[in-house]
Design a protein around this ligand. Sequence first.
Ligand code: NAI
Length: 367
Amino acid sequence: MEVFSSPAFDEHEQVVFFFDRVSGLRAIIALHDTTLGPALGGCRMWPYATEADAITDVLRLSKGMTFKAAMADLPYGGGKTVIMGDPRTDKSEALFRALGRAVDSLGGRYYTGEDVGTSPQDMDWAGEETPYVLGRTRGGSSGDPSPVTARGVWFGIRAAVRHKLQRNDLEAVRVAVQGLGHVGYNVARLLAQDGARLIVADLDQARVERAADELGAKVASVDAILSTECDVLAPCALGGVLNDDTIPRLACQIVAGAANNQLLEDRHGTELHRRGILYAPDYVINAGGLINIALELEPGGYDRARALARVEAIGTTLAEVFERSAQTGLPPHEVADRVARERIAAGRERHSEPAPNPMPRRAAAAV
Ligand code: NAI
């Protein structure tokens, strides 16, 4: 397959293939952009059908991390790892130790962590070989990111409601939540505390019943939730939910939820905009998990209260994106992409400025 000319490549700085004979590790680490700082991004383990699928996935995911970190105003870049293998059958201590050595060989340009198919235990094994691992089970770990992600989504929904509905509160605002997992349930709980009227759906009946009992939520079927009449649709399950099939059926004014890659393609964001539906770009509204884990790298170490406070900025950032979208007529997902690129370009400018008070040439030559 082509790599440099693949659409997913998009100016990646480095893409490295790792193979370990003993454990059978086959991993790809992609560093998209380290202008703003070392790259952060988790390690996904998945039984990819082809190597091309794995390459495309790692490239798309690492680029997404660059944008997510830039929009969260974090001093980090974007990267990602994929391991080709089945997480149910192919995991071993040797495999993750080999991964740790692979990460270590990048010398701190990249920090890994858990993602789909990997766990804090796996990160403990990798962490035996390198300091560049976040999200372990012990030693100042940031723990489950989901409550922090949920709080960021809640701030984001409030910003969207303020912009679109000119409302400062959520009393009686109708929110349809698709997916009541680690993030979705916490979002629903925060919304219920604000007096929002919830409509929920999940494949897992027990989760739906719990939301009905504890939060007074109405229940919709998984097929009907996207077309439920509501003010806000909050996709908190899968990616790709906004597509040619679903968009004509939407009956909401706002789409704002946690799921990654909600737009099947970029043009679907443009279509939402054309229909007057306000879309909160996913990598802006769901950055709470990244903000949470990045705190492990701060001098004072991780602090959950600080993580929860820090995600409030997600609401402010989204308000700015919506405002700029209104001024320029560009859809919010394009505005977010532009702002992220501007922040990276500004970082590049700063790096290319001469260092202040440089040593005089002659003195330097004499050293
Ligand atoms: P999870 O696996 O805990 O929850 C997903 C829920 O969605 C499950 O309850 C599942 O039964 C349900 N679901 C799946 N397909 C569905 C369908 N068609 N209709 C209705 N419900 C369906 O996952 P989690 O951690 O809550 O993440 C949710 C989304 O948010 C994912 O897209 C994830 O990538 C994204 N995200 C999560 C972050 C985190 O901190 N956990 C951070 C950033 C993004």
